[in-house]
Every structure is written in structure tokens, then in C-alpha cells.
Design a binder for this molecule. Structure first.
Ligand code: NAD
Length: 255
């Protein structure tokens, strides 16, 4: 087991990558707080998978963009499991529109969830970790779009780019407390966030042509990387983004 005795919070863990992270962390011995938004049963499937993996989990409803709900998320986790060792900022959203028509309210919502959320969660988690005095791990699920432009998705790309500098700055600032901070930058991972592409064979074929390995990534593959970054073995790794994208960022087209 790679995470025995660790306590982890994973935001947005009712679906997709977050669900795979929660299940993988539990299977490696971590106790997991499953953050979610929406109806109370939304996290049931993740909790079931944690149990099946032989792990311990609790579900906590908290909107990551809301400071008091984030504070409650940390409190409930510490009350249940006694401490906090790992935060994974996974919750994220996107709305796609041509830039010239992008509604301001949707820009603000994306910034609130994808950037303010990780800021608030990292701050609250780091305060708890500093108080414990034994270091910790903060991992942000960013995207290839922290580097790669995507027309019609400007606010999403902007928040992921900002997450890169948030991570780099926090890595330096929190290093004296032995808290490491890193990003994982997934490419095309088969989850609900890409439902529009998954449902459109022409769009899907165009996307696959952009990926040297020629396939979607699986949430479990992202989770495997996160487990390593969260483990004691990764204690000297901080301040970088680790892309998991089937080679997408290195695709050079026909040249
Ligand atoms: P997803 O839609 O299944 O997961 C996003 C989760 O975030 C959902 O469970 C949603 O309920 C939750 N969420 C939304 N707003 C929230 C809020 N305010 N507070 C708490 N939770 C909230 O999609 P996913 O692909 O699993 O996405 C997870 C992360 O991975 C996101 O940050 C996304 O940007 C990133 N990512 C995904 C891909 C991909 O191809 N799937 C690629 C790159 C990056």
C-alpha cells in the first residue's frame, strides 16, 4: 500500500476523475473525504467503490468556491479522521462558447470553481497541515490547457493557466512547512466533462487524431499518478506539472 494511514480530501469526487482518485486512494490505505455538490445521493457511487476497495470514506457536500463550506469540509474531515495529509483539488467545470459571445456570468462561474476553489481549499488545507507540523501534499488537477489554447474555451484555459502559477508560487511558499504542491495536467480523459465530444463521432475522431497514442485516457490512469504524488515516495517533488495526455502536447502535426 502506498498511502497507509493518510487522510485525503478529494474535491468534486462524485464523478469522473475525482471518483477514480477516491477509489484508488482508498485502495492504497488512505481515509478519503469525498467532496461533492448536488443532491445528497450524488456521492453514493463513490462511497460504494471506496468500501469495495476496502477503504474508509465520508461524503461532505461543499461548493469549493464558498469559503464557509470549504472551512466545514476541512473541519468535518479532521473530525472524522483526526488529521489531513493530502488535498486534491479536482473539482472543475467548463462551458464552451465563441469568445465574442462568452457570457460574463459563465466566465465568473468558471473562475469561481476552477481557480477560487483551489485557492480556498489549498489555503484551508495548508493551515491545517501547518498546524499538524508534519508536512502534506496538495495536488491540483489542472489540464493540458494550462499550456494549450482551445478556441471556444477561453475562461477554462485561463483558469488552468492560472492554476499553474498558483501551484508554482504555493510550492515555494509552503516548502518550509514540507508541504509539496504539484499539478497533474490530463489530456483527453473519458469522463462526463467531455460528454459533447464523446457523443459526436466526428469530433471524437478529430480529437483522437491529435493524440499520438490515439485513445482516450482512463480516470484510473490519472489516479495512479496522483497516488504516487501523494505518497511518501514523492517527498522531493514540488512545483511542477505532470502531464498525462497520450503525447498530445508533443503532437507536431504532419511536419
Ligand atoms: P466531471 O465533470 O466528471 O468532474 C467534475 C466534478 O466537479 C463533478 O463531480 C462536479 O460535480 C464537481 N464540481 C463542479 N462544481 C463544483 C463545485 N463548485 N464544488 C465542488 N465540486 C464541484 O469531469 P472530470 O473530467 O472528472 O473533471 C475533473 C477535473 O479534471 C476537472 O478539474 C477538469 O478540468 C480536469 N480535466 C479533465 C479532463 C478530461 O478530459 N476529462 C482533461 C483535463 C482536465
Amino acid at each position: 500500500m502506498k498511502l497507509p494511514g493518510k487522510v485525503a480530501i478529494i474535491t468534486g469526487a462524485a464523478t469522473g476523475i475525482g471518483q477514480a482518485l477516491a477509489t484508488a486512494f482508498a485502495g492504497e490505505g488512505a481515509a478519503v473525504a469525498v467532496d461533492y455538490v448536488g443532491p445528497s445521493g450524488a456521492s453514493d457511487q463513490t462511497l460504494k467503490q471506496i468500501k469495495a476497495a476496502g477503504g474508509r470514506g465520508i461524503a461532505v457536500a461543499a461548493d469549493v468556491s464558498n469559503p464557509s463550506q470549504v472551512a466545514a469540509l476541512i473541519d468535518e474531515t479532521v473530525r472524522a479522521f483526526g488529521r489531513l495529509d493530502v488535498l486534491v483539488n479536482n473539482a472543475g467545470i467548463e462551458f464552451k462558447h465563441p469568445f465574442l459571445e462568452f457570457p460574463l456570468e459563465q466566465f465568473q462561474k468558471i473562475v469561481a470553481v476552477n481557480l477560487q476553489g483551489p485557492f480556498l481549499c489549498a489555503q484551508a488545507a495548508a493551515r491545517q497541515m501547518v498546524q499538524q507540523g508534519a508536512g502534506g501534499r496538495i495536488i491540483n488537477i489542472s489540464s493540458v490547457h494550462e499550456d494549450l489554447p482551445m478556441p471556444t474555451n477561453a475562461p477554462y484555459c485561463a483558469t488552468k493557466g492560472a492554476l499553474r502559477m498558483l501551484m508554482r508560487t504555493l510550492a515555494v511558499e509552503l516548502a518550509p512547512h514540507k508541504i509539496t504542491v504539484n499539478n497533474i495536467g490530463p489530456g483527453a480523459i473519458y469522463t462526463p466533462i467531455d460528454a459533447d465530444v464523446e457523443a459526436n463521432p466526428a469530433m471524437e475522431a478529430a480529437l483522437m487524431a491529435e493524440i499520438p497514442l490515439g485513445r482516450w485516457g482512463h480516470p484510473r490512469e490519472v489516479a495512479n499518478l496522483a497516488v504516487f504524488l501523494a505518497s511518501d515516495e514523492a517527498g522531493y517533488i514540488t512545483g511542477s506539472t505532470y502531464f498525462i495526455d497520450g503525447g498530445m502536447l508533443r503532437q507536431s502535426g504532419s511536419l
